[in-house]
Structures are given as structure tokens and as C-alpha cells.
Design a protein around this ligand. Structure first.
Ligand code: ADP
Ligand code: MG
Length: 244
């Protein structure tokens, strides 16, 4: 099976703070991996390293065939970023651009797609997230959940091979969370490879093929969704009993 993500002995420091302490992880094509763990355990940092938003100090990362090691420059960055979509808790849409303009921006400027083709792509990805009728709206005219779905559509417009999600529903109320999670479910059904950092345990259990529990900068425990019902380590046991 094709390997989409491979982290080998990844170490990351912020100053004296040793945040990732030798992380090994591989994600195969079509796999959905949920990363869980306490705040500060290094989940976001691990995810950001996969998109080379953080430079690591030790180890090696291969994502969609692009390999990055310690302190490596961004020479393959553009092609990496075309293959990887990343969505954060804050939607980061451009407020002065319409939904369509937000979505067509990267395909036009990075992929050099023609305007008419970019608009076609925008229409397609907006249909996928169920927001075709909002194409000419501005972000402030949309709910948080809708803005987050536009942010997902914007990533999909680049035709990514891997989607990374970092707690994308944390700022949303339950109803809006549901509509965003349904978009993720659709992507899952379409076979998208995904790594999600999430607090939504029930969702992780339902959707993820594998759960990664991070604790103090390491993968402390991992396995199928059943590890949330039957944790092996006291740390995951405690996390689950606090969180569920
Ligand atoms: P999580 O996503 O699991 O809550 P993070 O990966 O965000 O954890 O953070 C792990 C540790 O790294 C924390 O101690 C945090 O303070 C630190 N950290 C994260 N990002 C930065 C940064 N840009 N600069 C300095 N320290 C950071
Ligand atoms: Mg985080």
C-alpha cells in the first residue's frame, strides 16, 4: 500500500522546549488517522511538521513523496503544498474576497489554472461541501460552520492527496460541528487520506481507522478505535475518562 505520510524519529524543539520526542508514524493511502491527546502534547506541532510549517531538528519526514529532514530549506515546498491541504480551527478566509475568489485564488496563482477553469473547480468543490448557493457571498455573511466548509473547499480546490485537519470544529457549536463533520465523512467515503487532530471522540471512533494518542511529545498508544474503549496505558485511560 502506498505510504502518504512517514515520520521517522522526528524531534522538534521550541527553544528549550522539547515538543516532539522521537515520533514515528506512517499513514497509508486512504487511511484516516485521528490524533488525540491533552493540550500541549504536541498534536498540532506534529501535524504542522507534516506540511513543513515547522522545521524539525532531528529525523526525517516524507509526505506525498516529498522528503524533508532536519533544518531543510523549502526547495520542494511548493510541490508539497500542492499535494497537502491543511485546515485549522480558525478559517483564515480572506474577508475582502467572495467565497468564489477565496477558492480560486490558490489554483490561479499557484497552479496557474485559467480563470474560467478555476471557477469551474470552485463550483465543484462548493457543491461537495454543500454551499453552492453561497458562491458570491463574503465570509462575514456566513456562519462559522459555513466558513469552515469554505475553508475545506478551498483546500480541496488544489486537488490534495492528503488532508490535515487541526481541531477544525473546536470553535463551533454542536449543530455547526455536525455539518462540518458530515463534510469530513463525505471525504472519507470518497477515499481521501486524512489526519485529524480532534477532540470529537465519538467522531474519531466512528470514522478513524487508527487512533494515535499523544502524550508529552510521544506517541504513547495507538491502535484501532477500540483503544478508546479499552486503553492499555493509564495515561490514555485517564484521558478517555476525562474526555468522554
Ligand atoms: P497540542 O496541539 O497538543 O495542544 P502543540 O503542538 O500546540 O500541542 O504544543 C506543544 C508544545 O509546543 C506546547 O508546550 C506549546 O507551548 C509549544 N509550542 C507550540 N507552538 C509553538 C511556537 N510556535 N513557539 C513556541 N512554542 C510552541
Ligand atoms: Mg493543538
Amino acid at each position: 500500500m502506498e505510504e502518504i505520510v512517514r515520520l521517522c524519529n522526528v524531534h522538534k524543539w521550541f527553544g528549550d522546549n522539547h515538543v516532539l520526542k522521537g515520533v514515528d508514524l506512517s499513514v497509508h493511502k486512504g487511511e484516516i488517522v485521528a490524533i488525540i491527546g491533552q493540550s500541549g502534547s504536541g498534536k498540532s506541532t506534529a501535524l504542522r511538521c507534516m506540511d513543513h510549517l515547522e522545521i524539525i531538528q532531528e529525523g526525517q519526514i516524507t509526505v506525498c513523496g516529498h522528503t524533508f529532514g532536519a533544518g531543510i530549506s523549502g526547495k520542494n515546498l511548493k510541490s508539497l503544498r500542492m499535494d497537502v491541504g491543511i485546515v485549522f480551527q480558525s478559517y483564515n478566509l480572506f474577508p475582502h474576497l467572495t467565497v468564489e475568489q477565496n477558492i480560486t485564488l490558490a489554483p490561479r496563482s499557484v497552479r496557474k489554472v485559467k480563470s474560467a477553469d478555476a471557477k469551474e473547480i470552485a463550483a465543484k468543490v462548493l457543491a461537495e461541501v454543500g454551499l453552492s448557493d453561497k458562491i458570491h457571498f463574503y465570509p462575514e455573511q456566513l456562519s462559522g460552520g459555513q466558513q469552515q466548509r469554505v475553508a475545506i473547499a478551498r483546500s480541496l480546490a488544489m486537488g490534495p492527496k492528503l488532508m490535515l485537519f487541526d481541531e477544525i470544529t473546536s470553535a463551533l457549536d454542536p449543530q455547526l460541528t455536525g455539518e462540518v463533520l458530515r463534510v469530513i465523512e463525505k471525504l472519507a467515503a470518497a477515499g481521501m487520506t486524512m489526519v485529524l487532530v480532534t477532540h470529537e471522540m465519538a467522531f474519531a471512533m466512528k470514522l478513524a481507522h487508527r487512533i494515535i494518542f499523544m502524550h508529552e511529545g510521544k506517541i504513547h498508544e495507538q491502535g484501532g478505535p477500540e483503544i478508546l474503549r479499552n486503553p492499555s496505558t493509564p495515561e490514555l485511560q485517564q484521558f478517555v475518562s476525562n474526555g468522554l
